[in-house]
Design a protein. Structure first.
Length: 224
């Protein structure tokens, strides 16, 4: 079931109450989900899997300083540029002179503003090339923790530089556990359905009816 959002958004967003999208299950939300967001989530995920058959996905909660003002989209844009640049440098150093043929990696992402109208809290999904990053860190699943630590530190550093104030602990994950999508495995269809169900909640419509849609949701290749 699909219908247009209220008058303030009807030229921009379409709300769906369907329980599946392209054959994949959807998170249930009483106010429905934004169809355009689901389409973008599906596109980013498809592009990532087409390039990297084995994906490691991380989910973090990002915060801004409570007294922050200004264009936080600029913070996001700078954060993604820095994160991709620095991870590529790390990979270059790691694999130089080894048999693994390192190529520039692309980090794909999806973010959504928390549903509270005044919140400075955002949800972020990052999609990494699992085969490239699995050799980082030490110990059992150490590379996954390495990625989380890298992302958290980069976010704090970018926010600190933008707002010219000390920042620490603004990015966190309750579990530090990632999600694997292995397209060459028998369990892949189940993995894909479970993962899409989880991240489809990022397509919830914003509680602030006057919010600009581009400031509530974004993803790779979207211009701010």
């Amino acid at each position: 079931m699909i219908h247009q959002l209220n008058e303030a958004h009807q030229r921009v967003h379409t709300i769906t109450h369907d329980r599946t999208f392209n054959g994949k299950p959807l998170y249930y939300h009483k106010d429905g989900l934004v169809l355009e967001y689901l389409e973008k989530i599906d596109r980013v995920l498809t592009e990532a899997l087409n390039q990297y058959p084995r994906i490691y996905a991380v989910h973090l909660n990002l915060n801004l300083p409570s007294d922050s003002e200004g264009d936080y989209l600029a913070v996001f844009a700078h954060f993604f540029r820095i994160l991709e640049s620095e991870t590529n440098e790390l990979c270059k150093d790691k694999y130089t002179g080894r048999t693994y043929q390192y190529q520039q990696t692309a980090i794909r992402y999806i973010w959504a503003k928390a549903n509270e109208s005044t919140s400075k809290h955002h949800h972020l999904i990052l999609l990494f090339d699992r085969d490239l990053f699995q050799n980082f860190g030490t110990g059992r699943e150490g590379w996954g923790r390495f990625l989380y630590k890298k992302v958290r530190k980069t976010w704090d550093r970018v926010v600190e530089a933008y707002y010219s104030q000390p920042c620490s602990g603004l990015a966190y994950s309750p579990t530090n556990e990632g999600f694997e999508l292995l397209s060459d495995a028998e369990v892949f269809p189940l993995q894909l359905n479970e993962f899409f169900y989880r991240i489809s909640r990022l397509a919830k419509p914003t509680a602030n009816r006057n919010a600009h849609p581009n400031k509530s949701f974004g993803c790779s290749h979207d211009s701010p």
